[in-house]
Structures are given as C-alpha cells and as structure tokens.
Design a binder for this molecule. Structure first.
Ligand SMILES: Cc1cc2nc3c(=O)[nH]c(=O)nc-3n(C[C@H](O)[C@H](O)[C@H](O)COP(=O)(O)OP(=O)(O)OC[C@H]3O[C@@H](n4cnc5c(N)ncnc54)[C@H](O)[C@@H]3O)c2cc1C
Length: 487
C-alpha cells in the first residue's frame, strides 16, 4: 500500500511529488506515457508570468503570484535554467492602452510588484526590434522564463532521489474506493491501469492535465469538464536570438493572452501560440493555417522576422476547464484534484504544491519529515558551458565527456549516459533530448539520433531495433540491412 499516489508526471505532479517526498511513507507517480513531461509541461511558452492577468481573488491569481515569487529559489534548488527577462504587453491604439490600464490595476490588486505603463519609445529602448506602431506597453519586471520540461524532470528526479517511485506506461483507467475498517472511516483507493496492473494508496492526487476531468469522476464531487485548447508554435535557431529578450505579449482577449515572442532560457526564439478549441485531447498536430496565423500576428510586433531560421514547430494542448479557474479541492477524504491547470499553471506549480502539502498536513495525511530529505538536485553537467581547463579535467576523469555526440548543441556522450542512468531515467530518444538537448539544435537530431539510439541500445541492453523515439510504437528502425560482414 502506498501512502500517496500521484496521477500525472507533469510539472504539477512533479512539484507535489517533490514536496511530499519530504515525508515518510511510500509515494508513487503514475504516468500514462513512457516518460514524464509528456503533456502540457513539455509544450508551453516557459513563461513565469508576473500575475497581472488572472482575475483577482481567483486561485489562478493567488497561486500565480506566489509561484512566481517562489520560482527562482526552486530553480536554484533543482538546478533548472531560469532568467528574469521581464514582460512587455504591447498596445497599438487607445483601446489597447485602456486594456493595459486595466491589467495594471488588476496586477496591483493581485500583488504584482514593479508594474508600470511605458510609452512606445521606452519599450523600443528596451527592445530595439519592436515595431514603430507600438504606442505603449505594460512592463512587468518580475516576468521570467524557465525550461518547463527541465523543471518537470528535475522535480520528479528530486522526488525519486528522496524515495518516490515512478511507474510509466501506467494509464489509470479505474479508481475504486475501499474501506479498510467496518465503520468506513479508513478509506483507501485501488487504482488500475489499462494493462491490468493495480496498486493501492491511502491518498490519490489527480494531476492528469487534459484528462483530469475524467480522473476526477472516480471520486465524484462537483462536475467540471476540460476542453483541450491547442497552441501551435514556431521555434527559431539561436542565430535569431537577437530578435528579442523580454517576453512580448499582445493585449489579451477572451481566448487568452494571445501570441507572444520570447527568447527561451536556451537562447532560441519562440513564437506563438495559437489558441484553438478542439475536440481531441491527444491531437498534437501542427497545421499550416495555425502557423500562418502565428506569423501574421507576430508581424505586428516586429517589422521583420527571420523566418529562414525556423528549426521546428510543435503543439501543446491546454487543459482548459469550464469553471474559469484551477480546480484544486478534495471532493472526498484522501482524494485531491489538481485539475484544469492551464496557464499560468507552470508559474503556479510550486505554489500549487505548497497548497496541496498544506491540505494533506491539515488532514493528518502526511508522515514525519525524513531525516535525510534532500531538497536539491545537481543537474547533468553542461560540458559546453565549462572552461577549457574544466573540460580537460572532466575528460581525464571520464573519457566519455571527450566524445561529442550532438554537434549543434555540443552534447557529449557523458551527458547522455548520465541522462540514461539518473532519476528519472531517459528511456527513449526524446527522453534524452529533453534532459540533455541532444537533438534540439539546428539539425533537430538529423546527425546525432543514430548515435543516441546506439547508446540507448547499449545501456538499456535492448536491440537497436527496439529503441524508440518516444515510447511504444515509435521504433525508428525495423531490421538491420548490414550485419557487419555477413552476406
Ligand atoms: C500552449 C501552452 C502554453 C502555455 N504557456 C504557459 C506559460 O508560458 N506559463 C505558464 O505558467 N503556464 C503555461 N501553460 C500552462 C502549463 O503548461 C500547464 O499549466 C502545466 O504544464 C500543467 O501541468 P500539469 O502537470 O497539470 O499537466 P500536464 O503537464 O499535462 O501533465 C499531466 C500528465 O498526466 C498524464 N496523464 C493523463 N491522464 C492520465 C491517466 N489516466 N493515467 C496516468 N497519467 C495520466 C499525462 O500523460 C501528463 O503527463 C501553457 C500551456 C500550453 C498548452
């Protein structure tokens, strides 16, 4: 019997796992995919929102502002890239300027510090490539950027280092409430996976992203539904990194915050996302119309966009709920929903974990604090960022750091081996990519993918043909055409 089972290995499940791994009692994370960070937490803008956007008094507002205050320290502890680059919400006419005034007022009510309205010229002094048509902007100095999948992977790694277990390919299909004593005072939950595995837990925490409404139904409570809202992006090579540094937003509409332009923590330019309500919770396709609409909207920000530097495009699906706010509540003893966590869920994630920890402490559902709890993680060595002397020392100790596998991002074999063997272990090519950036550069893995697959095959002791790009069914080869000398 587990003390706590967390359903969903996204950033919310990860942050909660990390917070609760501090206490004694077995904890397990159940994830339907073959790796963590496969839902919204993989494909988003990576912005730590300042907190001027959500409705005052909402959970979104409170947890966004608190999460944004916590994020820098959390990233330090988890060795995750974080940059406080500030946010500019730009306006083009009097109507936009009125909206910016409203945002300023809302931000102040939410407790966001340092907000100010600036004129177009001041905005262009900050960001030289902004269009001359911009008449003013709301400046939020506390806005920041993080690497969202690194934050997710490291939070779950930290929980695992502190004893948490991770079960992947575990798609929860049923949860049955059981009574441990005759009076029905001690409940526990039996959780079943699609493949027939079953586990039991005293506490269930539902962090299932776009599927969190379906998981919530197992415990009853107030009904709500999640409608996937698609966001498509274009990612530009680091060569285009001079386009912008701060995060640039259009004034928001009812469909959300609109498109943005930002330099990511890794130095790429990210453009998007679209905001499209769709029916299919798994449809992560990218469409020509979607990308064309991103380009048209981004053209309002800049006179010229180096579109010849686009290296990839991707889609994320927002868990858009019909209640208008995050759903964080306990519909029955030992069951907590963290549902409808759309934007600003990444920013709010440390604060969501803090709130859930408090709920569990108040319910007496947390054990004693472990004497050997370790809140910090040391990330994978970034060979590329070392001095020549440091590189030489490292290679002398471990020659695998002397072999560069991904040339675009300068990622060594040593870093890839570390990703395969640390918590949570990389099991496929995209898992290695999210942890090390091998394959994230200009050639998008065209050069290094076979070498990464070889390393996975050797280290996991599986045939090369069984190595997958991203979980079951995504094998990249079928059989060997050359067998090393055999005819
Ligand atoms: C396009 C887009 C842009 C965004 N931009 C930002 C931003 O800039 N800043 C910000 O703060 N927020 C942003 N967000 C929101 C943010 O990404 C999310 O709020 C956050 O990632 C939510 O994390 P989560 O763990 O709740 O969900 P997810 O990351 O979706 O994780 C849920 C996990 O549950 C698993 N799962 C689902 N069903 C089951 C099941 N039955 N059994 C087992 N596992 C299951 C999924 O596979 C998934 O791994 C954006 C979101 C999108 C899509």
């Amino acid at each position: 019997m587990y003390k706590i089972a967390i359903i969903g290995g996204g950033v919310v499940g990860g942050m909660i796992a990390r917070a609760m791994s501090k206490y004694e009692g077995k904890l397990v994370i159940l994830e339907k995919e073959s790796d963590v960070a496969m839902g919204q937490s993989k494909a988003n803008s990576g912005i730590v929102h300042a907190g001027y956007d959500p409705e005052p008094g909402s959970l979104k507002a409170r947890l966004n502002v608190r999460g944004s205050q916590m994020m820098e320290e959390v990233c330090r502890q988890l060795d995750v890239k974080y940059r406080r680059n500030g946010t500019l919400v730009v306006g083009f006419d009097d109507r936009d300027m009125k909206t910016l005034e409203e945002l300023l007022e809302r931000g102040r009510r939410n407790g966001v510090e340092g907000l100010e309205i600036i004129d177009g010229d001041t905005a262009r002094k900050m960001e030289k490539n902004l269009s001359r048509k911009i008449t003013g902007a709301l400046y939020a100095p506390t806005g920041a950027v993080v690497c969202p999948y690194e934050l997710t992977v490291h939070s779950i790694g930290n929980a695992m280092d502190n004893g948490a277990e991770l079960l992947t390919d575990f798609e929860v299909t049923s949860i049955v409430t059981r009574e441990a004593d005759e009076r029905g005072e001690d409940l526990f939950y039996e959780i079943s996976a699609r493949d027939g595995r079953k586990i039991q837990a005293e506490v269930v925490i539902n962090c299932a992203g776009v599927h969190s409404d379906e998981v919530a139904k197992f415990a009853g409570g107030r009904p709500f539904s999640i409608n996937p809202r698609r966001g498509q992006y274009l990612l530009l090579d680091k060569e285009a990194g001079g386009l912008v540094d701060a995060t640039i937003f259009r004034t928001p509409t009812v469909m959300g915050k609109g498109v943005l332009a930002v330099r990511t923590v890794d130095g790429n330019i990210l453009l998007g996302p679209t905001s499209e309500d769709i029916d299919d919770k798994e449809d992560k396709s990218v469409t020509a119309e979607g990308l064309a609409s991103v380009i048209a909207k981004e053209a309002e920000f800049f006179d010229s966009i180096p579109l010849d530097k686009v290296i990839t495009q991707f889609t994320g699906l927002r868990a858009h709920g019909d209640t208008g706010d995050f759903v964080i509540e306990s519909p029955q003893k030992g069951f907590i929903n963290c549902a409808a966590i759309e934007s600003p869920g990444l920013s709010a994630s440390p604060a969501i974990a803090e709130m859930v920890e408090k709920i569990l402490l108040e319910a007496g559902a947390a054990g004693k604090i472990k004497a050997d709890y370790q809140p910090e993680v040391k990330g994978i060595v970034r060979f590329k960022n070392m001095t020549t002397e440091e590189k030489n020392d490292l290679i002398a100790k471990n020659p695998s750091y002397g072999r560069v596998v991904c040339r675009c991002e300068e990622i060594t074999e040593g870093e890839i081996l570390d990703a395969i063997h640390r918590n949570p272990p990389a099991r496929d090519i995209d898992g290695v990519k999210r942890r090390t950036r091998a394959g994230m550069g200009r050639c998008q893995g065209g050069f290094c993918m076979p070498s990464v697959a070889e390393l996975l095959s050797e280290e996991l002791k599986i045939p090369f043909e069984k190595v997958t790009k991203s979980g079951k069914g995504s094998e990249i080869t079928f059989e060997r055409t050359k067998t090393g000398g055999e005819k």
